[in-house]
Design a protein around this ligand. Structure first.
Ligand SMILES: Cc1cc2nc3c(=O)[nH]c(=O)nc-3n(C[C@H](O)[C@H](O)[C@H](O)COP(=O)(O)OP(=O)(O)OC[C@H]3O[C@@H](n4cnc5c(N)ncnc54)[C@H](O)[C@@H]3O)c2cc1C
Length: 505
């Protein structure tokens, strides 16, 4: 251990009680990586993890980081799928999960104030007691934190109707790189005083400041919902269905699309028979007092496209929404896969799906698509069967939020949780991949990202850049925009100690 390591640990030990600080190697490993792909990432466990219990703890740690010059990696639940919460060499991880109090619930104002470590589902449960909800609902809502959701501007199933995290954040308390605590925004739905710093912090992936308090807008929890399951023979017809629903001027709360390979994975994990009933599933939920009327319009539209549509009040459809929420991890990884979370203008959904089907064929890789189709946000995954690997190889994790793996009975199951990977295993994963298989996968992946951009879309709809997608950022952003972002970072964090090496180039 170098002298500076000793100095840092000594300073941390004098500033934090033993229960708030750990250097236990198992804990350091657990805090080294998130749920993102590790393909190009060398794993560097942090020097220490600090579990903050108050804003003052955060300020104290930030000031120590300034004094001793170590990088600080902020962490919520570590469910990022972009490598945004991966630690760096010599860093200290700031874990915020103990700051998990709902500080105020104001039903009349439809506003709540929470600490950053509050779990999304816990906020929703508390709001539901007042007939309210916190709308942004990433599929990780049972585990991810509001602070992490804010830092990544998380999306989710209900976003097409209710907007993404940014649309539900009214005000923030933020600790800046010099330890100063600021409050941005206001507790009212309206407010235009000065620059919109609240929006700047949302989605900045912890690179500008540490969020220690969040004032959120709540919405009405619908007393009625109606859920529709529509099975199609063709993926592109299902995508067309999404556009036709829009043309009928009906706004579902949820519009999710699952392709055949995803259904096969769910069937294998859940014992369902989805793949026997069609090649693509559109799952739609309407809400509000007009839920039943809107659902009837949607059923008519989808039947007109030849879909097999569930009956009103179908309990199975409700269950399918729950299945969809938990799709990721339900499959058995029998493949090497790469994926992303592009978004395209909704009018290009059909073109995009057609184009990536061609791409998969061209590069001889399998394709799986899950999409928050209502807002054009897709999670395509390209894979090759693990039978293409050498025996010691391991599976690469996808960047998509919900990619259950298709069954491949002939291949030996290979299951890897990235949080359990050590650097040696990661190197093995890289080197054991036949170059041809890896280059086919990456050609398809890069091609799918380029296509999204050509169609007016983005390289990341909801997961953020993290470390994984930095390679594509200058495909989307001009040199001028990149330079301006660097200058903004310089203003907030001139020594680049907060979450270095992620979000911006
Ligand atoms: C099964 C599964 C399903 C998912 N589904 C979705 C989905 O539907 N939609 C979606 O958008 N994402 C989804 N994700 C991705 C992930 O859950 C989100 O990005 C989530 O917002 C991360 O929250 P977290 O608490 O885990 O944050 P972490 O992973 O710990 O951190 C994420 C980023 O935020 C920063 N950060 C965390 N807390 C703070 C803070 N208080 N202040 C400043 N910076 C902070 C971290 O440094 C990091 O850069 C999914 C992930 C999984 C594993």
């Amino acid at each position: 251990m170098s002298a500076s390591d000793n100095d840092v640990l000594k300073a941390l030990r004098s500033a934090f009680a033993p229960h708030a600080l750990t250097t236990d190697p198992a804990e350091l490993d657990a805090h080294a990586v998130d749920k993102g792909p590790l393909e190009h990432w060398q794993v560097h466990p942090p020097r220490a993890v600090v579990f903050a219990e108050s804003t003052q703890d955060v300020q104290r740690l930030v000031r120590l980081s300034a004094e001793h010059g170590f990088a600080l990696i902020t962490r919520g639940a570590g469910t990022s799928v972009s490598g945004g919460a991966n630690s760096t060499e010599g860093s200290v991880v700031l874990n915020l999960t103990r700051m998990n109090q709902i500080l105020a619930m104001r039903p009349e104002d439809e506003v709540a104030v929470v600490e950053p470590g509050v779990i999304n589902a816990d906020l929703n449960a508390a709001a539901a007691e007042h007939g309210l909800m916190y709308a942004p609902d990433p599929a990780s809502y049972r585990t991810s934190t509001i602070g992490g959701n804010v830092a990544t501007n998380a999306g989710g199933l209900r976003c097409a109707k209710y907007g993404v995290t940014r649309d539900s954040v009214l005000a923030l308390d933020v600790v800046l790189a010099d330890g100063t605590l600021i409050h941005t925004g206001q507790a009212t739905f309206k407010g235009v005083a000065g620059y919109d710093l609240t929006s700047l912090f949302v989605g900045s992936e912890g690179t500008l400041g540490i969020v220690v308090g969040v004032t959120v807008r709540l919405r009405h929890l619908s007393p009625h919902t109606e859920t529709i399951a529509a099975f199609f023979e063709e993926l592109t017809t299902a995508a067309q269905g999404v556009l036709e629903i829009g043309k009928a001027r009906v706004q579902p709360a949820i519009t999710e699309l699952l392709d055949r390979n995803t259904m096969l994975a769910l069937d294998q994990a859940q014992g369902s028979d989805l793949a026997q009933r069609g090649n693509t599933l559109l799952l739609i939920q309407t809400d509000g007092h007009g839920a039943a009327i809107e659902a009837e319009i949607i059923r008519d539209v989808l039947r007109g496209l030849g879909a097999t549509v569930s009956d009103p009040g179908s309990a199975e459809s409700e269950r399918l929404i729950e299945l969809r929420r938990h799709a990721r991890g339900d499959g058995i990884a029998t493949e090497v896969r790469v994926g992303e979370d592009v978004a395209v203008p909704r009018s290009r959904l059909v073109d995009y799906i057609r184009a990536i089907e061609d791409l998969a064929e061209e590069h001889q890789v399998q394709l799986k698509v899950v999409a928050h189709a209502g807002d054009g946000n897709l999670h395509p995954t390209f894979s090759v069967p693990s039978s293409e690997l050498s025996p010691s190889a391991v599976s690469e994790t996808t960047a998509d939020d919900d990619a259950a793996s298709p069954a491949a009975p002939e291949a030996a199951p290979v299951t890897i949780d990235p949080s359990n990977l050590d650097p040696t295993t990661v190197d093995a994963a890289e080197s054991d991949l036949p170059a041809s298989a890896m280059s086919r996968l990456h050609a398809a992946l890069d091609g799918s990202v380029r296509l999204a951009l050509e169609m007016g879309g983005t390289i990341t709809g909801e997961h953020g850049i993290g470390t994984y997608k930095l390679r594509w950022l200058d495909w989307e952003q001009s040199a001028e925009v990149i330079a301006l972002q660097r200058r903004i970072k310089d203003v907030f964090d001139p020594e680049c100690r907060l979450n270095p090496g992620r979000a911006i180039l």
